[in-house]
Design a protein around this ligand. Structure first.
Ligand code: NAD
Length: 339
């Protein structure tokens, strides 16, 4: 049974506390948050072994097998460095840090000391993303034309002050999904943003993936409805994945009039398609639970780095901002160097 520390028990940390408490492999759960009201609430709700207000005190006093870090992103770098001093495996909520330099330093330091470091890209553990990947393989990646990623909703409810904008908050999930689905590099990016008082609150991005696939992304905190969708347009039909409901549909381009012309685009243009669709059966699982199970395996050296390229993701994120300032496309091939 493992002794796990959880730093930050706000909106996301609460979910970690609930799921960690459900996991058979976790014995003592120790929590830490600067907000004592939250700490009291969580410790009454879940079986918590001890509570701390300071991460330094927690690390000094407790012998831990792993730590989950779920504080605001601008605190990740300093807290992660102090946890590393105790050589304890760490799961950091996404994104790893506020900028590339911090991400590079953290990844190198953990790698040098051979301490497991995982970043909470929870969509990698969403069963609908796994099913989508399998169907893309079955159809053939060479048939993929375009991918549309939608991650929109109202402003996040947070219990403390964050300095992030919507792009830092949401984009790396989708960049990670693209890497996971296709195993290809993102080659060029373009982004336009809408600023709020302090940070970006809405963004649209266009990406070029590998040699041939294009992508469009929408990241929003100003949309009334929460939606998480991935649509993959292929020359054989369109796949629509609803990440929240864990539903996957395939809208088949079935020709209604086989007059010898097999050009799918021409057939689409002249309305010679039936819109048949198939709903795949997806076995629903809680992605956060799968992610934490993976982390426990990493602690035991039973699961390796799941290659979510945290540094490349942060570099691409900076290129997205560069593009929104320069108002032009920016090359991202160099983002993959070294990592
Ligand atoms: N994976 C996902 O889908 C997902 C979803 C939401 C948030 N997140 C990430 O989770 C992290 C936390 O976001 P949130 O929405 O839960 O924020 P939040 O503000 O609700 O919670 C953060 C908590 O950290 C505490 N805290 C701040 N500084 C601290 C310190 N030095 N030591 C101990 N506790 C400290 C705060 O008191 C607060 O309770 C962010 O990095 C965010 O990007 C990930």
């Amino acid at each position: 049974m493992k002794r796990i520390g959880l730093v930050g028990v706000g909106s996301m940390g609460c979910n970690h506390a609930r799921v960690l408490r459900e996991l058979g492999g976790v014995g003592d759960l120790i929590i830490c948050d600067t907000n004592s009201k939250l700490v009291n609430g969580i410790s009454q709700k879940y079986r918590i072994a001890s509570c701390y207000k300071s991460v330094f005190e927690m690390m000094r006093k407790e012998k831990l097998d792993g730590v989950v870090l779920s504080t605001p992103t601008d605190t990740h770098y300093e807290i992660a460095k102090s946890i590393l001093e105790y050589e304890v495996p760490l799961l950091i909520e996404k994104p790893i840090s506020q900028n590339c330099n911090q991400a590079e330093e953290l990844v190198s330091r953990f790698r040098d000391k051979k301490i497991p470091l995982m970043i909470g890209y929870v969509e990698r553990f969403n069963p609908v993303i796994h099913q989508l990947k399998q169907v893309i393989v079955d159809i053939g990646i060479d048939k993929v034309l375009h991918i549309n990623l939608l991650r929109i909703g109202p402003f996040p409810v947070r219990s403390s002050l964050h300095t992030d904008g919507v792009v830092l908050d949401l984009s790396t999930h989708d960049l990670d999904i693209i890497h996971f689905l296709f195993g290809l590099k993102i080659a060029r990016v373009f982004m336009t943003t809408r600023m709020g008082e302090k940070a970006d609150i809405y963004a649209r991005a266009l990406l070029e993936i590998g040699n041939d696939i294009t992508a469009s992304c929408e990241w929003s905190w100003i949309s009334p409805q929460r939606k998480r969708f991935v649509e993959v347009f292929t020359s054989k039909g369109c796949l629509v994945a609803d990440l929240s409901r864990q539903d996957l549909f395939f809208y088949n381009h079935a020709p209604t009039d086989l007059d010898g012309d097999q050009d799918h685009f021409k057939l689409l243009q002249f309305g010679k398609f039936q819109n048949e669709f198939t709903k795949f059966s997806v076995t629903k699982k809680e992605p956060l639970k799968e992610e934490l199970i993976y982390f426990l395996k990493m602690i035991d050296n039973e699961a390796g780095d799941n290659s979510n390229q945290p540094v490349a993701l942060m570099r691409i994120l900076e290129k997205l901002y560069e593009s929104s300032h320069s108002r032009g496309y920016v090359d991202t091939n160099e983002c993959y160097a070294e990592y």
